[in-house]
Design a protein around this ligand. Structure first.
Ligand code: NAD
Length: 500
């Protein structure tokens, strides 16, 4: 398969022009599954970033994008959605090669991305403020909702097209302009998306994409005084650095960060359905997923039998070439990520958890693949119960009562999502209330809808994406207070107040 893979050359989009980096520097991406170069991109520096910000600033300040009728913005966003669908095979292929994820899964993500653009298009025509006709006969109040301005977007490598599609169309819908910095190991589909958006009629400067390392252009983007907002998805550590950099002009910050998400399986659940979702939830995207169901909390009365079934099912998960349509688990994105996974697995062994399956890198001719791994006997205090592993590693913990289940579920600094498996309505609603996380799935896992807000509690982030709620992030509210008729003068004596 790898012999047919060819390298693609990309350029950055700045002010409507496709350009190389100012100093001509480039960097390459090697497919983590095939060990061949698949993409070459401009290595942008602060000069390139500066030009991108100037372009986005001008496109915002001078228009026409922010003041264009919503219906016209909606037409363009819908055209982008159509173009994404029309190019789905190619986008999925690029995504699979750069990230290592299975191409069939990448295809699903491309289709979901198109859906996000279509949904956001509806918001172009449904973003509005409020009026107050209750302030007295001489006053009228209006609340205007205005685009926040130039938005810097920094995205990770695990769902490159999907995550930029969770931000960009929503920001564009309300009239913002953008400077996007994709992860340096997976920039291909973001640059292709920019090309499709340009062809769909997005005016020059509204969308700019610069590629390069986070420290070189990510931090300066977060610190830039002409950027009004940063929307960041990535690790909690880098999220902290983004907040630090954003302090320069106290810009608005929205963060989607890591997770250590539990799936709670109660004894009364449909255990076949739960089994399928537990295995899917932890191995989906090689576990390189913020929503990974990396902790299984199982009720003690069924723990041994259910865990044994999880191990048996895990043995059957097809790991291999992302371009093979039967593959469910592809390659780990980088050597660095694989080392991090192995280090955490070693910590699990050292802290006394029982390794039931896997536990290391798979021996393959090329690429980097991790064996599906299951630990039982995990204590909530262990690192593998608290830290995001970002690999195909499941930590099994047990509980007796719903109260104990909720306590363990909440015993990490994160709060992104959780799965609850039960047939009992009280348990389902009780757990949905008790778990401190932005998304609770009941008798399902990893579904997502553009209508429903997504984001995290605690160290999983700040703010929400998706749905009409995403409009809050990308808009400012302005109160306009209007006086009707003669206004009471400041100099007029007020009744009951004696002049001094
Ligand atoms: P990362 O934090 O290493 O990188 C994310 C982005 O930040 C990349 O574009 C990177 O170049 C940039 N960056 C790196 N250092 C920077 C710096 N000092 N200043 C500014 N930008 C910098 O994350 P990753 O490894 O690409 O992605 C994995 C992480 O993302 C995981 O923790 C995962 O949970 C999280 N994630 C969260 C969500 C969510 O919606 N909550 C979704 C996907 C991934």
């Amino acid at each position: 398969m790898s012999s047919a893979i060819t390298v693609r050359d990309y350029q950055n989009l700045i002010d409507g022009q496709w350009v190389a980096a100012a100093d001509g520097d480039t960097f390459e991406r090697v497919s983590p599954a095939h060990d061949v170069v698949v993409g070459r991109y401009p290595s942008a520096g602060v000069e390139d970033l500066g030009r991108a910000v100037v372009a986005a600033r001008r496109a915002f300040d001078e228009g026409p994008w922010p003041t264009m009728p919503g219906v016209e913005r909606a037409r363009i966003l819908n055209r982008v959605a159509e173009a994404i669908r029309a190019n789905a095979d190619d986008l999925a292929y690029v995504e699979a090669l750069e990230s290592g994820k299975p191409v069939t899964q990448a295809h699903d993500e491309v289709v979901s991305s198109a859906d996000l653009w279509e949904y956001a298009a509806t918001l172009c025509r449904h973003t509005y403020g409020d009026t107050y006709n209750t302030l007295g006969a001489s006053m009228f109040g209006m609340v205007l909702r205005e685009p926040v301005g130039v938005v810097g977007m920094i995205t990770p490598w695990n769902f490159p097209l999907l995550i930029i599609s969770q931000k960009l169309p929503f920001a564009l819908a309300v009239g913002c302009t953008a400077v996007v910095k994709p992860a340096e190991i997976t920039p291909g589909t973001t640059l292709r998306l920019a090309q499709l958006a340009q062809e769909a009629g997005l005016p020059e400067g509204v969308l700019n994409v610069v590629t390069g390392p986070g420290r070189v252009i990510g931090t300066p983007l977060a610190a830039h005084p002409d950027v009004d907002m940063i929307s960041f998805t990535g690790s909690t550590d880098v999220g902290r650095r983004v907040i630090e950099a954003s302090k320069s002009n106290l810009k608005k910050v929205e963060l989607e960060l890591g997770g250590k998400n539990p799936q709670l399986v109660f004894a009364d659940a449909d255990l076949d359905a739960a089994l399928d979702a537990v295995v899917y939830g932890v191995y989906f995207n090689m576990g390189e997923c913020c929503n990974s169901g990396s902790r299984l909390l199982v009720q003690r009365s069924i723990a041994d039998e259910f865990t044994a079934r999880v191990v048996e099912r895990s043995r059957t998960v097809p790991v291999g070439d992302p371009l093979d349509p039967t593959t469910k688990v592809g390659a780990i994105a980088t050597d660095e990520q694989l080392s991090k996974i192995v280090e955490l697995v070693d910590s699990g062994r050292a802290e006394g958890a029982d390794l039931l399956l896997g536990g290391g890198r798979l021996a393959t001719e090329r690429g980097r693949f991790m064996a599906p791994t299951v630990f039982a006997g995990v204590d909530p205090a262990m690192r593998i119960a608290r830290e995001e592993i970002f690999g195909p590693v499941l930590s099994v913990l047990t509980f007796d009562t719903p109260e104990e289940a909720a306590r363990i579920a909440n015993a990490t600094p994160f709060g992104l999502s959780a799965g609850v498996w039960t047939r009992d309505l009280d348990t389902a609603i009780g757990m949905s209330r008790a778990i401190r996380a932005g998304t609770i799935w009941v008798n399902t896992f990893l579904d997502g809808y553009p209508e429903l807000p997504f984001g995290g509690y605690g160290e999983s982030g700040i703010g929400r994406e998706f749905g009409r709620f995403s409009i809050d992030a990308f808009t400012e509210l302005k109160s306009v207070q209007m006086h009707l008729g003669p206004r009471t003068s400041w100099w007029m004596p007020r009744p009951g107040v004696a002049p001094r």
